[in-house]
Design a binder for this molecule. Sequence first.
Ligand code: SF4
Ligand code: SF4
Length: 227
Amino acid sequence: MTQQEPSGPMLSQGVMSTGEGMRIFPDVEACIDCGGCVVACKRTWDREVQNQRIDITTMAEGTAGPQGENASKTDRLVAGENPGETSLPMQCYHCENAPCVSVCPTNALQKEDDGFVTVTEDLCVGCQYCLSACPFGAPQFPDSNDGTAQIFGTGGIMDKCTGCRPRQEAGKGPACAEECATNAILVGSAGEIADELEKRGSGSFFNDEAMEIIFGADDAQHFQDNE
Ligand code: SF4
Ligand code: SF4
């Protein structure tokens, strides 16, 4: 798989490149909690109602910050000041140092050479270890009775964001990113995402430990360089 050619399909403003080595990462300051990404994902992949591969986490809902609602500055969050309503699209970020892959006892989860973190359904025994290990709430268990870890083998099959790999192989961006009206879901290399956030004046939201999980220590440096 190669990087997106300029002559390929039109990509949204938040999709800088697709394919090998790409990352998915949120611009928290752009997200307005409209749910467009959630709907686009469900529509594209025909997910059941209870199976949401993207979850929008909203903090301080209805609270206006200095820039109004849904216009939070991450530097205010980091400083412990009132940022106003802040929404964060949570999905699988296809982490470089994926804790879910490390804990999976059956190798159902793999970090592939092209960067995608994949699930082999036939190997998943439903232990839900990955659910405990993922800091971002990405693993879903739509067929589990109560959504929590149960006796070994009864938690259902794990499901999560695939990064829209088939769309990316066709040169398109992930459906969530293409649908987002505010370009709050960024897709590209770590350097491209860091540059885009810097251009927008947006922070990266996550702490250093989380950034090293998602991007690896070397690529996380792109974001520190921008601070
Ligand atoms: S730890 Fe979570 S976000 Fe990271 S690759 Fe695994 S499921 Fe995806
Ligand atoms: S639930 Fe499935 S994918 Fe998750 S750790 Fe257990 S075997 Fe691996």
